[in-house]
Design a protein around this ligand. Structure first.
Ligand SMILES: [Zn+2]
Ligand SMILES: [Zn+2]
Length: 290
């Protein structure tokens, strides 16, 4: 195998294949085409990415999200013969600093199947429309639906929260008449039901927007090259705390700088905050405001 260039030249004249069956290519493709010298992008047709895990619970994801996204990209490359594939994976999990809030953790993995190199980006946002509720009346379902941005955001209905073999899962419910029909059917059959947000990207515009933001940031990181060896993706690997207090000058817990690291040659550098801030408000200082 001939060594591919480390820099953006590796992508010159190539087409990006997006491994998705949920219409994500329009959210992912343009950002990468802007940052890298690609000729264009397309979705890989007839791909079953749900075999790697489904939000509605019929298929448990067996691995961590980064590995799941890499497996989707590898599967996409095998199925289509494309040699440059990007795949996405999302998780709705408790937000680490405040575990009672749900956040959307989105991952993107770009795979160059010519030499097996892959690049990863993770983005966490609190801006998400995700929830689930056990209901015994149609009114409860309708109140939940309006809190969850229905009908722009679709819903999933099933007999109970944790899927069991034989349970019917109705996905992609995006109009009131369909919702009422399914709710009455389930309540008559089971006396109760579980309703939840449909988290598939094309059914959840808030998630699609999060994927778009993830792709834009990933593209920016991919387009940042190592000053030492010229490799793409001289990416932020760590946030360094210690932004000095504007009053007493002591280090605070706020981010002072970021560390960028090159996976190709190991070079690293500390870079200032992107917003240019060099001091923290004393109200966040443990010395001034204990
Ligand atoms: Zn202070
Ligand atoms: Zn380097």
């Amino acid at each position: 195998m001939t060594a591919l260039p480390r820099g953006p030249g590796r992508f010159a004249g190539r087409t990006l294949a997006v491994a998705t069956m949920h219409g994500k290519e329009a959210a992912i493709g343009p950002a990468l085409c802007t940052a890298l010298p690609l000729t264009g992008f397309n979705a890989i047709p007839d791909l079953d990415t749900d075999r790697f895990g489904a939000f509605s619970g019929e298929v448990e994801r067996g691995t961590d999200p980064r590995t799941a996204a890499l497996h989707k990209a590898l599967h996409g490359a095998e199925r289509s013969g494309a040699d440059l594939v990007i795949a996405s994976e999302g998780s709705f999990v408790p937000y680490p600093p405040a575990p009672f809030i749900t956040c959307d953790e989105e991952w993107l993995v770009l795979l160059d199947a010519r030499d097996g190199t892959s690049w990863t980006h993770r983005h966490v946002t609190l801006d998400c429309m995700a929830g689930g509720l056990a209901c015994t009346t149609a009114d409860e379902v309708l109140a939940f639906a309006s809190r969850m941005g229905f009908p722009e955001h679709a819903l999933v209905l099933k007999p109970r929260e944790h899927w069991r073999s034989g349970d019917t899962v109705v996905k992609g419910i995006a109009d009131r008449r369909a919702l009422q029909g399914e709710v009455h059917r389930l309540l008559a059959a089971h006396g109760g039901l579980w309703v939840e947000s449909d988290l598939r990207a094309m059914m959840n515009p808030t998630r699609m927007a999060a994927i778009r933001t993830t792709a834009e940031r990933f593209a920016r990181e991919l387009g940042t090259c190592c000053p030492q060896c010229g490799a793409v993706h001289f990416a932020i690997s760590e946030a360094l705390p210690g932004l000095p207090c504007g009053l007493c000058g002591q280090p605070t817990r706020s981010i002072r700088a970021h560390l960028r690291r090159c996976a190709s040659c190991g070079h690293f550098a500390t870079v200032p905050r992107e917003d240019g801030r060099v001091s923290e408000d004393p109200q966040h200082c443990d010395h001034c405001n204990p």
